[in-house]
Design a protein around this ligand. Structure first.
Ligand code: TEU
Length: 524
């Protein structure tokens, strides 16, 4: 893999949330042994790369996004030797591997924070945001709810934009910068193909620690100086062949978002604009245009993301009357039509897999899993739930592989219960139940990903809108391929075509029914 392919520009990248993919040792928690055993599923699906959510030693206050040691693997997941074996087995199967780096904060169990807490004058306090005072330095709020400051026994306060077990690092300190460059090198030398950068826009804080103003510059979100950090990471990544830096950048302003993708910064970033967009033809079209426009301006590939481990699964989102996503309005437990949501999710798969750029698949979306919204409060694990009453556990439920009842092949027989309960209804959504069923979500994804590689149009960087019925989206990719998505309430005619390649639901004669997408080969 030494040829420069810029593989990240059009890859299908599958997100593994390791706690919930497959359990190899029977403790009810997914692990590397489980992933290695199930690599065949990803090869059958045809994905180009895996993004591994954090697998490092962690007290798991935020499911591994609280990292105690960036150069090892948590024993619950396995060992560094198992991680190296997974990287080479994935490569042997033609699948690249991306690790998740969390630079905004570390675990309160990290040696730096332990040293900082050991004495009020410890030099390690400068690696974090410690401040003296009777009251907290300001009223910043944690992203998960509650104050962003916690007081130590000696009276100082420290900043944590997430849980108190995730103290924020001080990126003004040169040791912090040097440490993360060393961590990047460690993983690049271990052979990983890319880095997903957690909370990438949050790293720098205004040292004056002002209140968050209603208008005007934000004191910790998207500060201009953050770009210098990513420029230095890019210089580092460019020292290795074909490695990608992919940012988790949540920014409503598309122009500010694109700054992270300038030619000397990150290679790609997650498209949360698309993820949060309503199932609405005008809004989706505007989102796609905006995405392509801002990415083209900086020469970066677009990404298409429908779900991840933080957001309501899109089968559920698309089955509600309001189909948008935002953390503030999760609408957990409000009415949902899963049949409609599934139908739309199938169409959305053909949409996102046929737009120019890279497509991300969150584990379980290829099975059509929905958000598990009735997990009893006592079994919830997400700190966001404890702090705000909105939780992310419902999208993190262990995958169903086979069988008629939990744990659905997630764990070996005679194992502990899965760490989150699986809905019994998922017996119809297991990999085994869907395999070979041409009407299943899994076979739709398998076929679509295979065609994405095989159809010359889908490999073309070109995309052009086609005139179509109101309420529908239609576009060509290169001269020979078109996708039509009907988001209106009535069937619509298809454009002139040579053959039908794939449809998300059965067609009605020559008509495309509502909430259906079709891939067409055009006469050239
Ligand atoms: O999520 C980051 C995240 O949730 C923030 O970006 C936040 O929502 C945003 O700034 C709101 O404007 C990542 C991980 O994906 C998540 O699982 C972790 O809990 C979190 O970071 C902390 O590491």
């Amino acid at each position: 893999m030494t040829v420069a392919t810029q593989w990240w520009r059009d890859a299908v990248i599958y997100q593994i949330y390791p706690r919930s993919f497959a359990d190899g040792d029977g403790d009810g928690i997914g692990d590397l042994a489980g992933i290695r055993r199930r690599l065949g599923h990803l090869a059958d699906l045809g994905v180009d790369a895996i993004w591994m959510s954090p697998w490092y030693p962690s007290p798991m206050a935020d499911a591994g996004y609280d990292v105690a040691d960036f150069r090892d693997i948590d024993p619950v997941f396995g060992t560094l030797a198992a991680a190296r074996a997974l990287i080479s087995e994935a490569h042997a199967a033609g699948i690249r591997l991306i690790v998740d780096i969390v630079p905004n904060h570390v675990s309160s169990d990290h040696p730096w924070f332990a040293a900082a807490m050991a004495a009020p004058n410890a030099p390690e306090r400068d690696y974090f945001w410690f401040r003296p005072g009777e009251a907290a330095p300001n009223s910043w709020r944690s992203e998960f709810g509650g104050p962003a400051w916690t007081r130590t026994a000696d009276g100082d306060w420290y900043l944590h934009l997430f849980t108190p077990e995730q103290p924020d690092l001080n990126w003004e300190h040169p040791d912090v910068r040097a440490e993360f460059e060393s961590i990047l090198r460690f993983w690049f030398e271990a052979g990983v193909d890319g880095i997903r950068i957690d909370s990438a826009a949050l790293l720098l804080k205004d040292p004056a620690l002002p209140e968050v103003p209603e208008h005007g510059p934000h004191p910790y979100h998207d500060l201009d100086g953050v770009h210098e950090i990513y420029r230095s990471w890019r210089r580092l990544a460019d020292g290795y062949p074909d490695r990608a830096l992919i940012g988790e950048v949540w920014l409503p302003d598309a122009e500010r978002f694109a700054r992270y993708l300038r030619p000397d910064e990150l290679h790609a970033a997650f498209n949360f604009d698309f993820l949060g967009c309503a199932w609405d033809p005008a809004l989706l079209r505007a989102c796609i245009d905006r995405t392509l426009h801002v990415h083209a301006a900086v020469g970066a590939p677009a990404t298409w993301v429908l779900s991840n481990h933080d957001v309501t699964r899109h089968v559920t989102r698309y089955g509600r009357s309001d189909t948008t996503f935002s953390f503030a309005t999760k609408r957990e437990g409000t009415p949902v039509d899963l049949e409609l949501g599934t139908r739309r999710a199938r169409a959305a798969a053909l949409l996102s897999l046929s737009l120019p750029g890279a497509a991300y698949v969150y584990q379980g979306e290829e099975l059509g899993l929905w958000e598990h919204e009735s997990i009893p409060a006592g079994l919830r694990q997400d700190p966001m739930w404890a702090r705000s009453g909105h939780g992310r556990d419902g999208c993190r439920v262990p995958l169903p592989w086979s069988g008629d009842e939990p744990p659905f092949g997630f764990s070996p027989t005679e194992a502990a219960d899965p760490w989150l309960p699986q809905p019994p209804e998922w017996k119809d959504l297991t990999v085994a139940a869907q395999t070979g069923d041409p009407s299943s979500m899994l076979e739709l994804y398998r076929t679509a990903i295979r065609l994405r590689r095989a159809e010359p149009g889908l490999r073309s960087p070109e995309m052009a809108w086609l005139d179509t019925a109101p309420g529908a989206l239609a576009y060509t990719r290169g001269p020979g391929f078109a996708c039509v998505v009907n988001l209106s309430g009535a069937p619509i005619p298809l454009p002139d075509h040579e053959s039908r390649l794939l449809a998300s639901s059965p067609l009605d004669g020559e008509l495309l029914p509502p909430d259906t997408a079709v891939w067409l080969r055009l006469r050239t």
